[in-house]
Ligand binder design. Structure first.
Ligand code: XBP
Ligand code: MG
Length: 248
């Protein structure tokens, strides 16, 4: 029986990457006098690397105008990443990023049905706190039985560490839970932990394959475009998730 929903953050709760993290990285580059800019397309390519600091290091490895020694690159990545997270927090607090359609309604469904909810993400905890507070209110974090963030599970998705930890903290078997993810790395991480997944494709992962998922579609806000088909065209509610899970 389904006992908990496990929420990914970036791309699933909100479209944080294009309008949040990317913008904040560019602000950090500017603030430190770096003539670097990640446009939407370049950021899409860089998203193949999970983790903001790892993404920076990957980008720097191909730049002539980055420090040429590994220690110098590490130090700069640490500094720019911390600054990026500060700008990200400010952007989110100013209302720059909204929850994706259907997300708050599904959270209400889950609570009304007595399901637990958890956050399972590879982003930094400060980014989760900023987003939860800005979109769900000051007490928003109380809605989650546990939050697993990058500091808790440093091995990024597709590694299974974050899901394994969430299950251990919840004291639940994988099949008593259902993950909501937007990216191939997220789907792989959940699947490797034995957790069934519903894929809500985000902008940057619009072509993410649905193989191995319970259902895959363009977002929780509408019943259109889902495989398997949703029972109606309205939002994806808990009853729909339950029916997909029992069929899978
Ligand atoms: C998203 C990520 C993160 C964010 C940036 O993971 O890979 O790295 O892009 O956050 P998920 P940090 O979808 O699992 O939440 O800069 O804090 O890494
Ligand atoms: Mg994601």
């Amino acid at each position: 029986m389904l006992r908990a929903l496990l929420w990914d953050v970036d791309g699933t709760l909100a479209e944080t990457e294009r309008d949040g993290h990317r913008v904040a990285f560019n602000l950090a580059f500017e603030a430190r006098g770096r003539d670097w800019h990640w446009d939407e397309q370049r950021y899409g390519e860089l998203l193949r690397v999970a983790g903001g600091r790892e993404r920076l290091l990957h980008d720097m490895a191909g730049r002539r105008d980055a420090p040429q020694d590994a220690a110098g690159r590490q130090a700069l990545a640490l500094e720019l990443h911390a600054l990026k997270n500060r700008y990200y927090g400010e952007l989110v607090a100013a209302g720059g990023v909204a929850l994706r359609p259907g997300v708050p309604e599904l959270m209400d469904d889950a609570e009304a049905a007595g399901l637990a909810m958890a956050i399972v993400t590879t982003t930094s905890r400060c980014n989760v706190d900023a987003l939860v507070e800005a979109t769900l209110g000051r007490d928003g974090h109380r809605r989650f039985a546990t939050v697993v963030a990058a500091e808790d599970a440093p091995r990024r998705k597709p590694d299974t560490q974050a899901y394994a930890l969430a299950l251990a903290r919840l004291g639940l078997a994988p099949t008593q839970t259902l993950a909501l993810e937007d990216s191939p790395a997220g789907v792989s991480a959940a699947r490797a932990a034995g957790v069934p997944v519903v894929l809500t494709r985000s902008r940057y992962f619009a072509d993410a394959p649905g193989e191995g998922t319970v259902a895959a579609g363009p977002g929780l806000g509408s019943g259109r475009g889902w495989t398997p088909a949703a029972s109606g065209t309205g939002r994806i509610d808990l009853a729909q998730l339950m029916s997909w899970t029992t069929r899978a």
